[in-house]
Design a protein around this ligand. Structure first.
Ligand SMILES: [Zn+2]
Ligand SMILES: [Zn+2]
Length: 178
């Protein structure tokens, strides 16, 4: 574990949303949103309607810019996000999750809570100087974000699909040379 559980979960959720914007778009319907929600255990208000999907979609470019920003710009972006949202910081625990921080009241819209949680997670990234763990996928044709939470910093691709495609290409290139 590089960061705390809740920080890593927030980063994964933000990256999921950002990468859903890649072609073919993976966040169009409320079913798509359900796929997101089933992967990330959000508590609090969840509307499961088109307005909420639209709100999450609108958030994607901002999350992408925050996640990929150089350290000082990331700090500015995190501050801007925290200034945009009515914060209600408190420790909470629910389900199997031990005490952790919630930044926004449970009845606020989900996109607001996602933005706040991303900003809170980036505070940890900034303080630990670990921004290099968030990058654009090493595949030449892929613009998705690769999130590397591995201890040995071995993850350069956004997905196993991109990693495998490049492994095959590298293998073919070596064979062609031989
Ligand atoms: Zn929680
Ligand atoms: Zn990729």
């Amino acid at each position: 574990m590089i960061f705390t559980d809740d920080t890593e979960e927030s980063l994964r959720a933000a990256v999921w949303l950002v990468n859903s914007a890649e072609d073919p778009d993976g966040l169009i319907t409320t079913d798509d949103e359900e796929a997101f929600l089933s992967q990330f255990g959000y508590t609090g208000r969840i509307d499961r309607d088109e307005a909420e999907v639209a709100g999450l979609r609108d958030l994607r470019p901002r999350l992408r810019a925050m996640l990929l920003a150089p350290r000082d710009d990331m700090a500015v972006a995190a501050n801007a996000a925290l200034a945009d949202i009515p914060l209600a910081l408190r420790l909470t625990r629910h389900g199997d999750t031990d005490w952790h921080l919630h930044a926004v009241a449970d009845d606020r819209p989900l996109p607001e809570r996602v933005l706040a949680e991303t900003a809170m997670a980036l505070i940890d990234v900034i303080r630990a100087e670990e921004g290099s763990r968030i990058s654009v996928c090493a595949d030449e044709t892929c613009e998705a974000i690769a999130l590397d939470l591995s201890r040995n910093r071995s993850k350069r691709y956004c997905s196993t699909a991109c990693a495998n495609r490049n492994a095959v290409a590298a293998y073919r290139a070596r064979r062609a040379e031989a």
